[in-house]
Design a protein around this ligand. Structure first.
Ligand code: SF4
Length: 699
């Protein structure tokens, strides 16, 4: 059936958290969905990276799920939506009666829009459990914890635009925007540097970010290539250097005494923590000459406006909260918060990673980060929803997977692929075998969907409408073209149907996606001042507490959103990774993503343009290690940890330090997460993806 070629619609790239605007156009045949640049898009002004340009390639991919599937033994058979809905509601009712509502877990997704995540968490809570989480647990849970506790909000303090225009120094630690946020890097960070800003990059791996800042004036670019897992010692050297220099010359502007006195607490605690700190020993742990780190400390302290960017190299550790707290300490003692061009700014990985948390798809908070165990907050949401919310925080997603087959018997997954994305993947597979019931909504058959009992075919990003919230808190609208496959459904339609069948129409049936956003506004204070009309084409940076609020490009101008309005300084000490090299596993494995692929590869590996760039996984090995093991560049090797092994190509390079190896999580046939460690940060429950002990077998 031919459809008419339509006017292009303005939407948002489905990949990283930068939130670039693009257009999509429905061609004259169903499935002919074309990418078009959007020249005036607010974030990217028409520029696009390779992923964004290739995003429409997967919309009509031959692997798309087009009909509901129901398991029969080891096979799946096509089923009607009616049969699929009946099976899901029967099983969910059975699990609740046989055990209790907490025997179900729900996974939202940052690939999915605000309205859809909002409705999924509402469904979980109506079902009677707070066991709802999403993949941001895996990337920035520790960042969110530290920022919320010490400053007030788990989000970028500033916006990309004010940083480009006002920052004199960019401190990029554990983030690789050249690879992961290419337009932010090229259009904002590199522009700032070309106009005179200095950049300090702290990363164990030399990468596209490193190379993008290789400019002639080398004194304005420093790469501190530390050993994996030594971010706290490195920042403690920076902090100690600044405190010592201030002692020597109190008028030289090393710290901001007025800011510390008026707007923070805990400075004495920091000084006490660092009183006996041994900088020489710490520099050895980091594997960097002390004077290099001291030089970087001086640059940060002396910059008029210094901005910190933080990524998963900081957050994905068992000490992730402390890693980010130490960045906050640095910003607070130097007064680099509360004005344009400064702050502590997490770079988020997926297009709605901020919004998924904002709308409450987390086990401990309701929409707007209102604590689920706060009676007043819960009651205010209950007044709108019309049902009681369980008061106890639920399990996080790794905890839910760990409990599969013991206290968790059913799993509802929307757009997530935990078999690939969670650490110790072989163990995850074994646990999922033990589940009594699993439903997956997705666009493709994923490694996780293979364990499901019911698979529901969802529409892609290009076919749906709603909102997403990008890395700098900008809420933007997405708009969809016609469905490519008649019998697929939008995630929102599916959730409305299941909620209405399990409970009642009044709570779960909405006229359209905008009506869901209207309800979200009522329960999410920082979104209250936004409507679809006000979002327009530019979007708005939250918070917008009232209609008419224009949103804040930077937070905390007058005070922090903590209980007493003060920024919390808290000294932290080095905690070695849970697994360190030994005789059996003498290497340190660290992991990160590639520009051309996206997380578990579900979409990007089906994109011919992207997959051509990197069709298979590889491991970076330092030349000295390669010589010791007898590894040739391009040779296949077996990379092993205590949890499993994968076979992949070796790339011999000085991009990684001797004693460490580096690989990626995108490739199902050789996934880094077969090797990674399932140890969690105690508070934020984020896994330690970034360090594990490893060994290589050759031949
Ligand atoms: Fe998409 Fe991110 Fe690339 Fe922009 S930078 S086009 S949002 S992947």
């Amino acid at each position: 059936m031919a459809s008419e070629q339509s006017e292009p619609v303005k939407t948002i790239c489905p990949y990283c958290g930068v939130g670039c605007g693009i257009k999509v156009q429905q061609g004259d045949q169903p499935g002919d969905v074309r990418f078009m640049p959007w020249g005036e898009a607010p974030v990217n002004e028409g520029r696009i990276c390779i992923k964004g340009g290739a995003a429409t390639e997967v919309v009509d991919h031959e692997d798309r799920l087009t009909e509901p599937l129901i398991r029969e033994g080891d096979e799946f058979r096509e089923a009607s939506w009616e049969e699929a809905y009946d099976r899901i509601t029967e099983e969910m009712e059975r699990i609740s009666e046989a055990y209790q509502p907490d025997a179900m877990g729900f996974f939202g997704s940052s690939k999915v829009m605000n309205e859809e995540n909002y409705l999924l968490q509402k469904l979980a809570r109506r079902y009677g459990t707070n066991n709802i989480d999403n993949c941001t647990r895996m990337c920035h849970a520790s960042t969110v914890w530290a920022l919320r506790t010490s400053l007030g909000a788990g989000a970028m303090t500033n916006s990309m635009r004010d940083l480009r225009e006002e920052a004199d120094l960019l401190w990029i630690q554990g983030a690789n925007p050249g690879e992961q946020h290419p337009i932010a890097n090229s259009q904002y960070f590199r522009q700032a540097v070309l106009e005179g800003a200095t950049v300090i990059q702290v990363d164990p791996h030399a990468n596209k970010t490193t190379r993008s800042f290789e400019i002639e004036d080398t004194d304005r670019h420093q790469h501190l290539q530390l050993n994996p897992g030594t971010d706290i010692p490195l920042l403690n050297i920076v902090l100690t250097t600044i405190l010592e220099k201030h002692e020597d010359d109190p008028d030289a502007g090393w710290i901001d005494e007025e800011f510390i006195a008026e707007r923070t607490e805990g400075f004495d605690d920091l000084k006490e923590t660092l009183a006996e700190f041994d900088k020489e020993e710490a520099a050895e742990q980091c594997g960097i000459p002390l004077e290099e780190i001291e030089r970087a400390a001086e640059k940060y302290a002396k910059a008029d406006n210094a901005a910190i960017f933080t990524g998963m190299g900081m957050s994905q550790h068992a000490c992730g909260v402390d890693n980010v707290q130490n960045e906050i300490n640095l910003a607070l003692i130097t007064g680099n918060l509360g004005r344009a061009g400064t702050g502590v700014n997490p770079l988020r990985g997926q297009n709605n990673v901020q919004g998924t948390c904002d709308v409450g798809a987390m086990p401990n908070v309701l929409p707007g980060y209102q604590l689920v165990d706060d009676d007043e907050a819960r009651e205010s949401v209950e007044d709108v929803w019309g049902f009681e919310i369980p008061p106890e925080p639920g399990l996080t997603n790794v905890e839910i997977s760990n409990a599969a087959g013991s206290s968790i018997h059913g799993l509802y997954i929307m757009g997530e692929n935990p078999v690939m994305s969670e650490p110790d993947a072989n163990e995850v597979r074994e646990r999922f075998e033990e589940l009594e019931f699993m439903v997956v909504q997705d666009i493709f058959m994923t490694e996780t969907a293979e364990f499901a009992d019911v698979i529901l075919p969802a529409t892609t990003w290009a076919e749906r409408s709603g909102t997403v919230t990008n890395t700098d808190r900008r809420v933007q609208r997405m708009r969809g073209v016609d469905k490519v496959h008649e019998n697929t459904k939008h995630d929102l339609e599916i959730l409305m149907e299941i909620g209405s069948r399990l409970f009642d129409e009044e709570t779960f049936r909405f006229e359209d996606v905008e009506a869901v956003f209207e309800e979200l506004r009522q329960v999410c204070p920082s979104y209250y001042g936004m409507t679809y009309e006000l979002l327009g084409e530019e979007g708005l940076h939250w918070p917008c507490y009232e209609i008419g609020d224009e949103g804040d490009p930077f937070l905390y101008e007058d005070s922090f959103d903590t209980e007493n309005g003060l920024g919390q300084i808290e000294g932290v000490v080095h905690q070695p990774p849970a697994e360190v090299p030994d005789d059996e596993y003498p290497l340190t494995l660290t992991t990160a993503r590639l520009e051309e692929h996206y997380n578990t590869g579900t979409m990007s590996r089906r994109s011919p343009t992207l997959n051509r760039q990197h069709p298979e996984n590889f491991v970076d090995v330092h030349p000295n290690d390669a010589e010791r093991y007898g590894i040739e560049d391009g040779e296949y090797v077996t990379l092993k940890s205590r949890r499993g092994e994968i076979t992949l190509k070796a790339q011999v390079t000085t991009d990684i330090k001797e004693g460490s190896v580096w690989t990626t999580p995108h490739f199902a046939e050789a996934s880094a997460n077969v090797l990674t460690n399932n140890v969690l940060d105690e508070r934020a429950k984020i896994p330690e993806y970034k360090t594990a002990a490893a060994e290589i077998d050759v031949g």
